[in-house]
Design a protein around this ligand. Structure first.
Ligand code: KIV
Length: 279
């Protein structure tokens, strides 16, 4: 457990005021969340990316509310002071506002998160407003929004021409006006993120949005080398745990085949007198 008070929205706003960047990673299970809190990470996103990194789907679209709640509860059980954000999965908020409020409420009430995140700008602003009016803090998410990849023409960075960049700036304004307490920008040019950052009152966080934002999010499996199917440009690898796992498992197999495992150190003994009674 990190030696600090519970992180809340006031903390996030005070860090913005002080110009101190926030560190934010995904986690989808108990051990990952525990290690992240021990390392001092301030925010955890239980992302629907867990559908790919953890559950093996080939996109985030199949992820259900039940799968999200299972992963989210494991994370909130593991954390005491970290600010945990639950990611609303595909079709848990798009079709209907009252369903959106109920599902956001499941993250808060059933899973114990501190906030929810949902994808979409101007089109989703009325839904954000409805959830906020129900007393639930919302992080807006714009730019490359994976749940709309089919509409965006794939997993591509967004806002690279003046026209679409203006659209992103308008999306950020609409989300702030709708009551989002923070906005996440994914895969947008550094210059566009800077404009949004400079004109927003709420914290602006980035994943692939350059350095002129209030904090950085990355997917833990990407930085730790636990997901190797593809690597977006913005991902920096800090470890190769997947390769370490393969090596460790292969060594175990070799030792089993060669009879080196288990050795006496990893086996239970029995006093001679008891053994003598037995044979
Ligand atoms: O699900 C997730 O991890 C996300 C990030 C990619 C922003 O939404």
């Amino acid at each position: 457990m990190a030696d600090r008070d519970k992180i809340d929205i006031n903390y996030l706003y005070s860090k913005k005021a002080e110009g101190e960047k926030i560190s934010w990673l995904t986690a989808y299970d108990y051990p990952m969340a525990k290690y992240e809190e021990e390392a001092g990470i301030e925010m955890i996103l239980v992302g629907d990316s867990g559908g790919m990194t953890q559950l093996g789907y080939d996109s985030t679209l199949p992820v259900t509310m039940d799968e999200m709640t299972m992963m989210t509860k494991a994370v909130t059980r593991a954390t005491e002071t970290t600010f945990v954000v639950g990611d609303m999965p595909y079709m848990s908020y798009q079709p209907d506002r009252s369903e959106a409020i109920k599902n956001a409420g499941r993250f808060m009430g059933e899973c114990g998160t501190d906030a929810v995140k949902l994808e979409g700008g101007r089109r989703m602003a009325p839904t954000v407003e409805a959830i906020v009016n129900a007393g639930i803090p919302v992080v807006g998410h714009i730019g490359m929004t994976p749940q709309s990849a089919a509409l965006l023409g794939g997993y591509k960075s967004q806002g690279r021409d003046a026209e679409t960049a203006k659209g992103l700036i308008a999306d950020a304004r609409a989300l702030e006006d709708a009551g989002s307490f923070a906005i996440l920008l994914e895969a947008v040019p550094t210059r566009v993120a800077k404009i949004i950052y400079e004109e927003s009152q709420v914290p602006i966080y980035g994943i692939g949005a350059g350095k002129h934002v209030d904090g950085q999010l990355l997917i833990a499996h990407d930085i730790l080398g636990l997901f190797e199917l593809f690597k977006p440009r913005f991902v920096k690898r800090y470890a190769a745990l997947g390769r370490d796992m393969v090596d460790a498992v292969a060594r175990f197999k070799e030792e089993v085949k060669g009879g080196e495992f288990p050795d006496p150190e990893h086996s239970y003994g029995m006093p001679d007198e008891e053994y003598d009674k037995l044979v």
